[in-house]
Design a protein around this ligand. Structure first.
Ligand code: LLP
Length: 410
């Protein structure tokens, strides 16, 4: 978001115009920012054979997926529906990695039938896979490295109590199963969590993967998952991607030499690619002073952006209707019949009813985690690319709310 001609803009287009043209609330995505993020990740790992498997779940509008494809990424899908979505937009099966957790084996069979690689995350599934396919179908194995990392407990998934992956302590068991079924293991995977700052965490994960990889003869790639942290507030420390790139690439190259083969290194970023590109534009319905707090009640809430309530996530807010004038402290809340505080005690330009409040960092896990709670419509989505705005998803309507409901006579 830049300021141009005294207006907050993306790609030269004033965001107030977007709110006026498409109504609010509306998700707006900066396509150039996504492309920039893809390029900086590629640059950070230019020294090794790196593949990006964009974490589809972060923002799964088909146009964002198409943009990723154009930028040369592959995708990571976590449900068979995401697999189908990715195939629908034109990703080839080889470009898709399917990383399911606790799904019915039928979903895995479906993915295999499409020719999509499956990232197996439990020993029973590995055995199931062996019984069904033997060594006919190449697989990746998701290991749980037992590293506690990530922004908070709900998004730290590589620790010992996590349901994800196969414990690294069970590696011997994994190898027995692999041998028993003669499985064709071509990749190993770890994902420690989301919002990881430190290159050291990726290096720890790398060492664990390298140790495990020494037990497998025919690997083609190692997948380090996602988790790069982006800035949520001014002055936030973020993953220094060039630093991670330099350190992890050096360790990876050293390992490949020892392994005797130039493996590929894969990453599955979600937030890094799409968090900062997204803004949720909401309208101030009411400015409500109380003895303790002045609330700004906007026409959105936990139904559209769950992160502040689910993870206590910090999202910056800006009153984009005002560039000048005094600032005041407000607590921005939603219109949902729950305590849906979006941003507490924030100093922003004085708010009048009807002002547009932009919520930043709404690209990742914003729309994709939205719901119809309180029978509200999901917002529209707009993509700005090459200085043009495109409506990429219509706002829902009453028809959508009623679509699958069956009225019975009783
Ligand atoms: N790969 C795997 C296997 C994952 O489980 C995840 C995220 C990613 C990649 C992408 O992680 P990222 O680069 O986006 O941090 N809804 C939460 C984040 C949940 C992440 C779940 N897995 C949030 O809004 O913070």
């Amino acid at each position: 978001m830049e300021i141009k001609n005294q207006q907050y803009c993306i790609g030269g287009i004033p965001l107030l115009n977007i709110a006026e043209k498409y109504g609010s609330p509306v998700y707006v995505y900066d396509g150039e920012k996504i492309l920039h993020q893809v390029e900086s990740l590629k640059k950070a790992f230019a020294d090794v054979k790196m593949k990006i498997k964009y974490a589809t779940k972060a923002l799964s509008n088909i146009n964002i997926l198409k943009l990723m494809k154009k930028a040369g990424t592959g995708v990571d899908a976590v449900s068979i529906e995401e697999v189908k979505l990715c195939l629908h937009v034109g990703f080839s099966p080889e470009e898709i990695m399917y990383t399911p957790n606790c799904v019915d084996f039928e979903e895995i069979k479906e993915a295999v039938a499409y020719g999509v690689m499956v990232n197996i995350d439990s020993i029973p599934m590995l055995e199931h896979f062996g019984t069904e396919y033997g060594n006919d179908v190449p697989i990746c194995i998701r290991l749980n490295p037992h590293i506690l990392a990530g922004g908070n407990a709900k998004i730290s998934v590589g620790h010992i109590d996590s349901k994800f992956g196969i414990s690294i302590l069970q590696l011997k068991h994994v190898i027995k199963v692999v041998q028993a079924y003669d499985l064709n293991v071509v990749g190993l995977h770890v994902h420690t969590g989301s919002d990881i700052l430190d290159a050291e965490v990726f290096l720890q994960g790398a060492e664990i993967l390298f140790d495990a990889a020494r037990e497998f003869k025919d690997l083609a790639f190692l997948d380090f998952g996602g988790g790069f942290k982006v800035a949520y507030k001014n002055g936030d420390i973020t993953t220094d991607i060039q630093d991670v790139g330099k350190k992890v690439s050096a360790a990876f190259k050293k390992f490949c030499k020892e392994y005797g083969r130039e493996l590929e290194i894969w990453f599955e970023p979600g937030k890094f690619l799409v968090s900062e590109c997204g803004y949720l534009l909401t309208k101030a319905n009411v400015v409500k002073p109380t003895p303790a707090t002045t609330f700004v009640g906007v026409n959105s809430g936990l139904n559209h952006l769950l992160r502040p309530m689910m993870y206590d996530a910090y999202h910056s807010v800006v009153n984009i209707s005002k560039l000048d004038g005094p600032e005041r402290v407000y607590t921005i809340v939603g219109y949902i019949c729950e305590t849906d505080t979006i941003a507490a005690d924030r100093k922003i330009k004085e708010v009048k009813e009807g002002d547009i409040i932009a919520i930043k960092n709404a690209g990742a896990y914003g729309y994709s985690m939205s719901s119809n709670y309180n029978s509200r419509f999901r917002p529209a989505e707009v993509l700005i690319l090459n200085e043009k705005d495109y409506l990429i998803r219509k706002r829902e309507s009453m028809e959508d709310i009623l679509k699958n409901q069956i009225s019975i006579d009783f």
